[in-house]
Design a protein around this ligand. Structure first.
Ligand code: ATP
Ligand code: MG
Length: 363
């Protein structure tokens, strides 16, 4: 998959801009607040219909304008596709593929796939367990669109069971049918997360070895709220039931569901220590980068297409050796778009090969 052309109209600080990409390596160079991240955000919107920075479409539209439009030509098998997304301050969106408006989000998604990495992703290491669960969920949604449905079903069960727990008159018998639903939907999530990590962890470890030049050892372990020894329905359900029985008094006292994948955790360890408290800035970056590259490789294997890699200002804290490991391996076969504020500490061979754009005030 190759992003060949991108056109923006009234998107953020871009009034009207056309960009044609050449080769697999692109650098967006510019001072702060010029529009580098905005450009990556536009690409990401076409790939995911989601912005990591804004909940409101009004934020994405250029000041004083009513609508914004993003359009792209994507070269892919079997046919190229023209994607277009119109954004309105009201929140109403018009996504189109080859000039055909798509009513359902899932019919628009999948024509362009990206793996995006910005400073916000460092929260994966530094932040709370919710960040890591979101990461598992987002990755699973990309691999298997059905997962978003399973997740919604599970969240509904949790909401309804919590509402019941908040009622003064609730008894264990009232909870029984909800326990069954919780176990049924929760087991589906746990099994998928288990399987995802089983596939992702060895890939992440290999990437991590490469980038850190085998100086560091990465460990990733899934710590589901329900102990899982094997990825089997019966084993998980049994444990689930067991935990629910044990936690019943606490659930009644706290009036909330305390057992299930909404309380899962993923532990990252570096050289035998918890990464969250042990890792340096560069080590945290290396860790998240390894996760992202593993995600890219897994998407590639499962979907048979190579996503576009978007790196927003994340190279600055990697030393040249780490940059080299990353950039030589990746850019030979993956379209990679990198933003940076200066080229001074940029890996030299990449500088020579890459297409460079200077971004100045939305141009
Ligand atoms: P940095 O190096 O600091 O990350 P950047 O080049 O990535 O900078 P962006 O985040 O792409 O910067 O662009 C930020 C600029 O876009 C800001 O000056 C901001 O005021 C402007 N901007 C954001 N939203 C809008 C909008 N809706 N309309 C016009 N300008 C906007
Ligand atoms: Mg930026």
């Amino acid at each position: 998959m190759y992003l060949h052309q991108l056109n923006l109209w009234h998107f953020r600080n871009y009034t009207e801009q056309a960009i044609t990409f050449n080769g697999n390596q692109t650098i967006l160079l510019g001072d702060n607040a010029q529009g580098k991240s905005n450009l990556l955000e536009a690409i990401l919107l076409l790939a995911t219909l989601h912005s990591p920075r804004s909940q409101r479409d009004g934020d994405l539209i250029q000041f004083q304008q009513e609508t914004a439009r993003i359009q792209a030509q994507v070269i892919r098998q079997p046919d190229p596709a023209e994607l277009s997304l119109i954004l309105r301050a009201s929140g109403r969106r018009t996504p189109a593929v080859n000039q055909q408006t798509q009513r359902r989000q899932m019919d628009f998604l999948g024509y362009l796939r990206t793996v995006f990495f910005s400073c916000l992703d460092l929260e994966l290491v530094r932040g709370g367990p919710g960040q890591r669960r979101d990461w598992l969920d987002q990755t699973l949604v990309q691999l298997e669109p059905l997962y978003s449905q399973l997740l919604q079903d599970y969240q509904r069960v949790i909401r309804q069971r919590n509402a019941l727990l908040r009622q003064e008159t609730v008894t264990p018998a009232h909870l029984t049918p909800w326990n069954d639903l919780l176990i049924q939907t929760g087991t589906r999530l746990i099994r998928r997360r288990f399987r995802l990590l089983e596939r992702l962890v060895p890939l992440a470890q290999t990437w991590h070895q490469r980038i850190s030049q085998a100086l560091e050892v990465l460990a990733i372990s899934y710590a589901p709220c329900v102990p899982v020894l094997a990825n089997e329905n019966e084993a998980i359900r049994e444990q689930f039931q067991h935990q629910l029985t044990a936690k019943l008094p606490a659930e009644l006292a706290q009036k909330t569901t305390l057992v299930g994948p909404h309380r899962d955790e993923v532990h990252f360890g570096l050289n035998g220590h918890p990464a969250r408290t042990y890792a340096s800035q560069g080590q945290q970056r290396t860790l998240v980068l390894a996760l992202k590259l593993a995600e890219l490789e897994l998407l590639e294997t499962v979907l048979g297409e190579t996503p576009v890699l978007l790196l927003d200002d994340v190279l600055a804290e990697l030393d040249l050796k780490r940059q080299q490991q990353l950039l030589t391996v990746i850019s030979e076969r993956v379209q990679t778009i990198i933003t940076t504020t200066d080229l001074e500490r940029f890996y030299p061979p990449w500088l020579q090969a890459a297409q460079q754009f200077q971004v100045v005030q939305g141009q």
